[in-house]
Design a protein around this ligand. Structure first.
Ligand SMILES: Cc1cc2nc3c(=O)[nH]c(=O)nc-3n(C[C@H](O)[C@H](O)[C@H](O)COP(=O)(O)O)c2cc1C
Length: 274
C-alpha cells in the first residue's frame, strides 16, 4: 500500500491511543492486525468445518523450531464439554458460549511415540528447553490462527486460565503424557453489541530499543500510557490504569489462580523441564 491510498482511519493511532502516531508504511495485513481486539461475546452461529481447516492451515504455516512441530490443537464443540472446560477455566462464560473452543497443546508426545517405535532415546525432551520449544511452537501457531480467523470475520479470545487446573484439563481432553494445554482460544462470530474496542498498547518508545536496552527511556512514557489506558477503561466500563493492574496481577502466588503449581504439574505430565 502506498501513502496515496493510505486508509481514512488512522488505525496505528488507535492502537497506541495517540492520534499523532501515523505509520509511513502499511499493508492490508498490518491494517487488519492493528484492528485486533479480543472478543468475549459471540453469536450462536457455528464455525464451519471449512473455516476450521483454513485456520489450522494458517496455524501450520507458522515457523516451528527445527521443524519439530511440537504442538497440537484440540477443537471442542460439544456444549457439555465446553461447559466443563469453562468451569475449570475460572468459569469464564464465553467458553461455554463460543461455538468453538480451540485448546493449544505443547506436544512432545508425538516425538516420544516416534522414538518408542524406533527404539531410540529421547532424553533431550526432559529439559526446560524442550518444554519452552513446545510452548513457543504452540504460541506461534495459535497467533497465526488468530490473524487468519480475524481475516474471515471471526473473533476470538485467548484463555490462559486453562493452566489454572492443567491436570483436570488434560484429563477432560484425553491428552497423552509429554503434553500440556498451554492456552485456549474461544472462537466464534463476534456479537456486534459487545462493548469493546481496540485496546491501546505501550508506546513504541517503551518496547523498541535501538542497539542496546535503555530502561529509563523505555519507562519515560509510562505515565502517559497509564492515562491513555485509564481513558480506554473508563469508556468501556472498566477501572484502573496499566501500572496498578500489572502490580496487582503480578503481586504474588495468591493472584495466580493455581498456576503457581505448574512446575510440579509439568513434572507429573512427563515434561520435567530440568
Ligand atoms: C496467553 C493469553 C492468555 C489470555 N487469557 C485470558 C483469559 O483467561 N481471559 C480473558 O478474558 N482474556 C485473556 N487473554 C486476553 C488478554 O486479556 C487480551 O489479549 C489483552 O487484555 C489485550 O486486549 P486485546 O486482545 O483486546 O487487545 C489472554 C491473552 C493471552 C495472550
Amino acid at each position: 500500500m502506498t501513502l496515496t491510498d493510505s486508509p481514512a482511519v488512522n488505525r496505528a493511532g488507535a492502537r497506541y491511543g495517540d492520534p499523532d502516531f501515523v505509520l509511513g508504511a502499511t499493508s492490508p495485513v498490518i491494517e487488519q492486525q492493528l484492528r485486533h481486539r479480543s472478543v468475549r461475546a459471540f453469536l450462536p452461529a457455528p464455525v464451519t468445518e471449512e473455516e476450521l481447516q483454513a485456520v489450522v492451515a494458517a496455524a501450520s504455516s507458522a515457523p516451528t523450531s527445527s521443524n519439530l512441530q511440537a504442538w497440537s490443537v484440540v477443537a471442542v464443540t460439544d456444549p457439555a464439554r465446553r461447559r466443563r472446560l469453562s468451569d475449570l477455566a475460572a468459569r469464564q462464560e464465553f467458553i461455554a458460549e463460543a461455538p468453538l473452543f480451540l485448546v493449544w497443546v505443547a506436544d512432545l508426545d508425538r516425538h516420544h511415540r516416534l522414538a518408542e517405535r524406533n527404539g531410540r532415546p529421547l532424553d533431550a525432551t526432559a529439559y526446560l528447553e524442550s518444554t519452552l520449544l513446545g510452548v513457543i511452537d504452540a504460541a506461534l501457531a495459535a497467533q497465526n490462527a488468530v490473524v487468519a480467523l480475524e481475516s474471515l470475520g471471526l473473533g476470538s479470545v485467548f484463555v490462559g486460565a486453562v493452566r489454572n487446573h492443567a491436570e483436570e484439563f488434560a484429563d477432560e481432553l484425553g491428552l497423552p503424557p509429554h503434553s500440556v494445554a498451554v492456552f485456549g482460544l474461544a472462537v466464534g462470530h463476534p456479537d456486534p453489541t459487545e462493548v469493546a474496542g481496540v485496546k491501546p498498547r505501550l508506546p513504541q518508545t517503551a518496547v523498541l530499543h535501538r542497539e542496546t536496552y535503555n530502561a529509563s527511556e523505555a519507562d519515560a512514557g509510562l505515565p502517559a500510557y497509564d492515562e491513555r489506558l485509564a481513558a480506554y477503561n473508563r469508556a468501556h466500563g472498566l477501572t484502573g490504569a496499566w501500572s496498578e493492574r500489572v502490580l496487582a496481577r503480578l503481586a504474588g502466588a495468591a493472584a495466580m489462580a493455581g498456576r503457581d503449581r505448574l512446575r510440579g504439574i509439568l513434572e507429573r505430565r512427563g515434561l520435567p523441564s530440568r
